[in-house]
Design a binder for this molecule. Structure first.
Ligand code: SF4
Length: 937
């Protein structure tokens, strides 16, 4: 349980003699009273990737929480880079923020290092944007996409200081919602979640918010709110259901009086533009899917019998091609991203996919933006699409035959033939792809060892097909995942093979792969076992989730964090046999997930199960223009109601996107600006294509790494629409070179890079850059590079830093300001007098020692605003360039140097003994200066 320090205890600046260090630290905490300040000063300097918690994404709405009637916190129980890659949470975040009375923010699972620091310091779970305590929100809505994220849900509730179970919470606590794919089998986490939204959330979330708002105005009790929520379409309130054991031994929910016996999932009839932000969030930190993701279609009617996503997302709703093109162009203009992904369960099934790819390839070729189709079927890679995409980027194509033999493909209804797969591979090979990743499953119902061997045989024939198409270096990677039977599919009642049997079948695959020119990869059996337990699990498993969380399980989806032994101990202690959850079940009996009615009926699923047993295929209703009555109400794909889209019109889409893109530009004050554009006209600005640019990286960006900073600049440059120059080759890059990296946590008023344009950019260069830069970056000055000049990195010899000591650090040292200044001065003099200064640096698990003395030029103690400051002038010595915080460790061992405020104030070189800045090095007197020293480390 968290213990937050009382905020009404005031501390003195200088602690009395004899005060212990823990007491000092506790007193320092008490000076900082808001969660936001504590996150900034105490947490961010001490975690490995502070960008995960910054909330500085471009286009984040930042609605004032204090003015919002309803505060919603959208939570993703995994790391920031996974969570912000999810389209669903972005959509709901956007949809909610469209309501004037609602402010919605985001939160992701704190990484273990951040969790440890938060618990140590009593910092509660907080939102990304405002750094507000999660418990202050009216609703916390979890996006549940994967079974192995459940312990993170509990950890986040606990870090928020909230009771874990619905029955322990009341109207003072936030309402805990959950949605996403796992809401379709909610029982393992039913005791922790107040209400599940089943299906598409775009419209359902409004109905929930309306009730929460009414409940708040009318002061409803929590039970009143839950009772009313239970009657909202698509909302399941587990509290209204007791459980009863079936003859198979599973706990199934039974409605209490006043609650519906089953809850039907909901779906939106069209993918309206208003669901998608015109200016998508652009995080400064890198995320897993670091590209513009544009949903082009939802649902799939191919009818693969193992695929839950295909069943629960029916019917298919295609976004018109024209809308897709407009959203892509608008999104790219707003973000400057280098890649766009046309997202759906099966992108090449969109009826206008060829028109879309052609139009986008035409529109984007000048900007070198790549187009990606993340999911393509093995049988329908259109030649034209493959050609247009391979023309941009020659990577691997990903195809999912899922099974090796035709018989097995018929069982699972993966309705394609070997000839179609070979044709797709040959097309990809011919069009310049470097290889194919082929995805298969093992452990499918009715699978034999011959079916397993057929996987490798098929992959080998694909390899031959690629060679026959003239691509001798084409590589085939076979990736095999264990089959986990999913609820709401025709295989929902099938047996999942045990861990021992799975190991045997993987052995068969390994033997079959020997001697073949293929790479075989497979997923581990432990993860599959846990997935299998929870995906068809009942309410009893809630106790197991809580016990696993209490014993330290977190991030179970990450192999390096999965504590499988702990999970097995938990199951044993609770008397749960995990492998029993893998057993075959009877479709005649109720199952734990049957309380949820997916878009397709059980009758249809059972019919498909019977057809699977006979290896009989069922066609795609959309392609064959026939309806198999799968159960979708008012299905828009039925042949007699289906409507074609308008043709794609690229110029029209470009005009629409351009009209939208005219938005107010940022205007910076003159405080940092050193030289205006007009002053440079005489120096060749109107004709030059190469420029040196100096910029400020202020406090808002201090926790941004050098790589993230470079990426932020590249995207800002793309947004500026300046005439950028790109390198040649398959992966074109902007022609820019940065100065020495700034350590994480430092700010700077002296960052610099060189940039090349394809033609002179115009005299308003500075204004155009400032207009698109994220908060925390601002151009200080720029100058054309008129002479042949060595690279920036080779020119610079050293840097100067100013170190300031925030009050919390001063208190930590135990010195009054005057005493701190004199102590610093004395110790700096002593350090400068030493012949050697040994520094021990740890980096990614390795420790390196070096003598930092040659790197230290001078250390000067001064004052600024009546507070002591330390100016460090440091040289970039090869592999031994000392950093200011390492000097601080020597000078002030009493304090944690990570709390200091370090600013780089100058970069310099000293040709002929005269210190020159990077701009003076561009003048005739500095021309050609290159240092002979090493690189800053
Ligand atoms: S209702 Fe008919 S047309 Fe619609 S998805 Fe189901 S089978 Fe296909």
């Amino acid at each position: 349980m968290l213990t937050c320090c009382p905020s009404d205890v005031s501390g003195t600046r200088v602690p009395p003699p004899g005060t212990s260090r823990p007491a000092l630290v506790a007193r320092r905490f008490s000076m900082i009273t808001t969660v936001s300040e504590r996150v900034q000063h105490e947490l961010l300097p001490r975690v490995s990737k502070p960008n995960r918690y910054l909330g500085n994404a471009l286009h984040a709405p930042h609605k004032p929480l204090a003015e919002a009637e309803i505060k919603m916190l959208m939570a993703f129980p995994d790391a920031f880079e996974i969570g912000l890659s999810n389209i669903g949470i972005r959509i709901i975040h956007h949809v909610l923020n469209q309501r004037p009375e609602v402010a919605a923010e985001l939160v992701f699972a704190p990484w273990p290092d951040a969790e440890a620091e938060m618990r140590r310091r009593g910092i509660p779970l907080f939102s990304m944007e405002s750094h507000a305590a999660a418990a202050e929100f009216d609703v916390i809505g979890f996006s549940l996409q994967y079974e192995l994220q459940y312990t993170n849900v509990l950890n986040m509730l606990d870090l928020a200081g909230l009771p874990l179970r619905t029955v322990e919470r009341d109207a003072r606590h936030p309402l805990i919602l959950a949605g996403g794919a796992q809401a379709f089998s909610p029982e393992p986490v039913a005791e922790f979640v107040d209400a599940f939204v089943i299906g598409d959330g775009e419209e359902a979330i409004h109905r929930v918010v309306d009730l929460v708002k009414r409940g708040k105005r009318e002061d409803w009790t929590r039970s009143t709110l839950l009772r009313r929520l239970a009657h909202v379409d698509g909302v399941y309130v587990p509290w209204g259901y007791e459980t009863r054991a079936t003859v198979e031994g599973w706990q199934t929910p039974v409605a209490r009086p006043g609650f519906p016996s089953r809850v039907r999932s909901v779906w939106v009839t069209e993918l309206k533009s208003e669901y998608y932000p015109a200016a998508p969030l652009l995080p400064i930190g890198e995320i897993t899917h670091d590209r513009l993701s544009v949903e082009i279609m939802r649902g799939c009617t191919r009818g693969c019998r193992f695929c839950q996503a295909g069943m629960i997302n029916r019917p298919v709703r295609e976004k018109p091609g024209q809308q897709v093109i407009e959203e892509v162009l608008r999104g790219l203009a707003a973000t400057g991203l280098e890649e766009v992904s046309l997202v759906s369960l099966s992108s090449t099934d969109h009826t206008q996919i060829v028109d879309q790819v052609n139009a986008l390839a035409d529109a984007l070729c000048a900007t070198r933006v790549q187009i990606a189709l993340p999911s393509t079927r093995p049988d329908n890679v259109p030649v034209e699409v493959a050609r247009r995409m391979a023309a941009q980027k020659k990577g691997s194509i990903t195809l999912a035959p899922e099974a090796g033999s035709q018989r097995m493909r018929d069982v699972i209804n993966k309705n394609h033939t070997e000839e179609e797969l070979m044709a797709s591979v040959a097309t990809a090979a011919r069009e310049g792809y470097t290889g194919a990743k082929l995805y298969f499953m093992c452990g499918l119902p009715g699978e034999t060892d011959d079916d397993l061997r057929a996987i490798l045989d098929l992959a080998q024939r694909a390899h031959r097909a690629a060679r026959a198409a003239g691509n001798a270096s084409f590589r085939i990677t076979v990736s095999v995942s264990p089959h986990v039977p999913k609820p709401h599919t025709p295989f929902a009642w099938a047996e999942q093979v045990t861990t021992a049997e799975l190991a045997r079948r993987l052995g068969v695959l390994r033997d079959a792969a020997r001697g073949k020119p293929l790479t075989l990869k497979y997923r581990d059996a432990e993860t599959s076992l846990l997935e299998g337990v929870f995906t068809r699990g009942d309410r009893r498993l809630g106790e197991a989730v809580e016990q696993a969380f209490r014993r330290g399980c977190r991030f179970d989806a990450w192999s390096e964090h999965l504590r499988f032994d702990t999970w097995m101990e938990v199951f044993e202690d609770l008397g749960i046999d995990p492998e029993r959850y893998l057993a075959e079940r009877s479709p005649e009996l109720d199952q734990p997930w049957d309380v949820v009615q997916s878009p397709v009926t059980k009758k249809f699923l059972v019919r498909e199960k019977v057809r699977a047993d006979r290896a009989a295929i069922t066609d795609d209703c959309r392609l064959e223009d026939v309806c198999f009555s799968c159960g979708v109400d008012e299905c828009p794909q039925r042949p007699w109601v289906k409507q074609p889209h308008e043709p794609v019109d690229l110029p029209l889409a470009q005009r629409a996107a351009t009209a939208f893109g005219r938005r107010a530009r940022r205007v910076h004050g003159p405080e940092h600006r050193r030289v205006g554009g007009a002053a440079h006209k005489a120096q060749g600005i109107a004709t030059s294509t190469r420029f040196r640019i100096e910029f400020v990286k202020d406090a808002a960006m201090r926790f941004t790494s050098h790589l993230d900073l470079m990426r932020a600049w590249e995207r800002a440059l793309r947004r500026s629409e300046l005439p950028l120059a790109f390198s040649q080759g398959h992966h074109p890059h902007l022609k820019m070179s940065f100065g020495p990296p700034l350590p994480l946590g430092y700010r700077s008023r002296a960052e610099v890079f060189d940039l090349e344009f394809s033609r002179p950019p115009g005299v308003d260069l500075q204004e155009r850059l400032d207009a698109v830069l994220p908060e925390g970056l601002q151009v200080l000055r720029f100058r054309p590079i008129l002479f042949k000049t060595p690279s920036l990195m080779s020119q610079l010899e050293g840097a100067s830093y100013r170190v300031r000591f925030p009050r919390a650090v001063q208190v930590e040292t135990g010195f009054a300001p005057d005493a701190l200044a004199s102590c610093l001065a004395r110790r700096a003099t002593e350090l400068e007098a030493r012949r050697h200064v040994l520094v021990r640096r740890q980096n990614e698990g390795t420790t390196r020692e070096f003598d930092a003395r040659p790197s230290i030029v001078t250390l000067d103690v001064g004052s600024e605003d009546d507070a002591p400051v330390l100016d460090c002038h440091l040289r970039f010595t090869p592999r031994a360039a000392v950093r200011p915080e390492e000097i601080l460790l020597e000078l002030l061992p009493e304090a944690d140097p990570r709390g200091a405020d370090v600013e780089r104030v100058a970069l310099w070189s000293e040709p002929a003994g005269r210190r020159m800045d990077p701009f003076e090095l561009l003048t005739p007197s500095g021309e050609g200066v290159a240092r002979s020293h090493g690189t800053p480390s």
